[in-house]
Structure formats: C-alpha cells, structure tokens
Design a protein around this ligand. Structure first.
Ligand SMILES: [Zn+2]
Ligand SMILES: [Zn+2]
Length: 155
C-alpha cells in the first residue's frame, strides 16, 4: 500500500487505542473516508475499496465507520434518504455546505456571530437551554453552478 496520509494514520492510531486492529481492509476504509471531500455512505466506501480488496466485507465497513463516529473522527451528513453518509469531522465547531450535484462537502466557520447570535435569540424566545446545533446547507457548489459545465441547471 502507498504511504498512508497523516489523517488516516491518526485515525488508525485512535482505532487501535480503542481495540480495533489496523487490518488491511480497515486501513482501506479509513484511507477512503479520510481522503474524501464528498460524504460517503458505507455502501459507497465498500464499492470504492472492493476493487483493491477482494476480501472486503460490508460488515467491516459498517463497523469501522461506526467506530470512527463513536470516536468523533467522522460525522454524519444529512441526505434526503436519511443520515447515512459520513465525512471527516471538522476541527471545532463548523457548519457544512453540501453540494446536491457532486456531493462536495465544504465547512465554514462556526465563529459566525449572526448564526451563533440566532441561537441565543431562539434560546431566549423558547426558554430552551441550547447546548449544541448542527447546520447543514444544501445547494450547488461554485463549479456545479457554472452553466457551461452543467447545462442541465441552465441558470
Ligand atoms: Zn458540486
Ligand atoms: Zn454554529
């Protein structure tokens, strides 16, 4: 296998520290997800890894992804079909932008005063003590918006 990325390496260390041996198939799942800018479902990860690892099992993919989520290394991305896709978790509080065409996931800072201020406002109005929030915005990324590249959008 090629040189493993620093992020994937960190994830593997975390997995090992939590009782998951770094098998070849588990490494492949970690590398695929750590290196992806698109949110991937376990089935997509399975398909991407299967060409190289004939003995890859869907159960391995599910278990590895579950463990990575438990460790806070990946986060779920909402999709119309449910929250089954995963992306590498951002450092600190971030908001997500998700392209509905190519699946690109971009983070933008959670240090946005207007959005965080809105949470205070909602808290004051509802009487809730708000501990956390998730913000995911859906649309088309800059390159998918370009009509020349994607005539189907035509805007
Ligand atoms: Zn896009
Ligand atoms: Zn926020």
């Amino acid at each position: 296998m090629n040189q493993i990325s620093p992020k994937a390496n960190k994830w593997l260390h975390c997995l090992e520290a939590n009782g998951c041996r770094a098998t070849m198939t588990r490494r492949a799942v970690v590398e695929t997800l750590a290196g992806s800018q698109r949110a991937l479902t376990p089935l997509e990860i399975f398909d991407l890894c299967r060409s190289q690892y004939k003995n890859m099992g869907l159960v391995t993919v599910y278990r590895t992804v579950e463990k990575l989520e438990e460790l806070g290394l990946v986060q779920r991305v909402h999709q119309p079909s449910g929250c089954q896709a995963f992306i590498a978790a951002a450092d600190g509080h971030q908001h997500l932008l998700i392209c509905q065409n190519c699946g690109l996931v971009t983070f933008f800072s959670g240090e946005n005063e207007m959005i965080e201020g809105l949470m205070d406002q909602v808290s004051n109005q509802s009487g809730y003590q708000i501990n956390s929030h998730w913000l995911q915005l859906f649309g088309y990324c800059a390159s998918c918006r370009e009509p020349a590249k994607n005539p189907q959008f035509n805007r």
